[in-house]
Design a protein around this ligand. Structure first.
Ligand SMILES: [Fe+2]
Length: 332
């Protein structure tokens, strides 16, 4: 009898622990995206589904390294990354589970991995920002290569130490080769381009009259315009397919060791829902990957995906060549 009571106590304790463990959090997310962006989304997801979520925040690369170190023992069910390169690194070491076809079909093929192991959640485009006071839109260059022309001498702003700029240079190396890219970078440098610390500084520099055209990400303009509707800068794209229009993505994947695959898929579906996709556009001015809604000022242009060069986004993680090139031309 004593043994029976002990057994009942042991089983109850075990059940309690298992239940308690589950109820305290049903889903563990490693997020390279910021807390300010992710927290409100998690809150709505928990409200709508009753699934509890625990988020570990960190830099995208740092979390990818942690995940690889933890391997099959990782507590993470989901990895939400700022860029596709980190997701590619996890795919390479076989730590990701394939996503269902009904999830993958929600986005154009370019916005998911060929192996179906990750999917984009939102996009950001490279653009040229220009002064609406000193540049006519009809005078804008058709291609990135036109910017080495003397017409643009001492008028260009760029941010060579910025991560998005460096991803764009990686894409240029992939598409045009190392030597052509190096010649272009030297050409822009020799054309008197002004170096800025980051994308926001580029826009402020154009508004202040220090430069007329800047190579930047699209959303900085919308943030500046939200603060000042008369901000004297606009965005434009180069001709379709130009590497200067490259669209990069944030993306998400479910880990292979996760035992909560259906809850994890529910979260991914939630991010790709019209509601959340519109939220990305209205809150942080990123592009929808499911092509719902539109950004302010975007209505007259083609969908941004049509303007971007077709490139393997996972390949942009390989920064070594890019850093070497920028060092060789004295920009780093
Ligand atoms: Fe940025």
């Amino acid at each position: 009898m004593k043994r029976f009571i002990l057994l009942v106590v042991a089983i109850s304790l075990a059940l309690f622990l298992v239940y308690n463990n589950r109820s305290s959090s049903d889903l563990v997310i490693y997020s390279g995206r910021s807390k300010a962006l992710v927290d409100p989304i998690i809150e709505r997801f928990e409200e709508q589904t009753g699934i509890k979520v625990e988020v570990k925040y960190g830099g995208t690369t740092q979390l990818a390294v942690a995940l690889i170190e933890e391997g099959n023992r990782t507590p993470a069910d989901i990895f939400w990354a700022q860029d596709a390169g980190a997701l590619g690194a996890l795919a390479k070491v076989d730590l990701l589970a394939p996503l269902s076809e009904n999830i993958l079909s929600k986005v154009p093929p370019r916005y998911s991995s060929d192996s179906g192991l990750w999917i984009a959640t939102s996009g950001r485009a490279r653009v040229m920002a220009y002064s609406t006071r000193r540049v006519e839109s009809s005078d804008l260059p058709a291609t990135l290569f036109d910017l080495t022309d003397s017409k643009w001498s001492n008028r260009i702003a760029w941010a060579p130490t910025n991560g998005s700029f460096q991803s764009f240079i990686s894409a240029m190396i992939t598409i045009h080769g190392y030597d052509t890219t190096k010649l272009w970078v030297e050409g822009i440098r020799n054309n008197g381009a002004k170096n800025y610390a980051n994308n926001n500084a580029i826009l402020q520099g154009i508004a202040a009259g220090e430069a007329d055209l800047g190579l930047t990400n699209h959303y900085y303009l919308f943030r500046s315009k939200a603060a000042d509707p008369n901000f004297p800068v606009s965005n434009a794209f180069f001709e379709a397919g130009d590497v200067g229009n490259m669209v990069n993505v944030a993306g998400i994947a479910i880990t292979k060791p996760s035992e909560k695959r259906s809850a994890a898929e529910e979260f991914v579906r939630f991010l790709l829902s019209d509601e959340t996709q519109n939220w990305f556009a209205s809150e942080v001015y990123e592009y929808s990957v499911t092509e719902v809604g539109e950004l302010p000022g975007e209505s007259e242009s083609e969908p941004v995906i049509e303007l971007s060069p077709d490139i393997d986004l996972e390949s942009l993680a390989n920064l070594e060549e890019t850093l070497k090139l920028l060092r060789e031309v004295g920009l780093l």
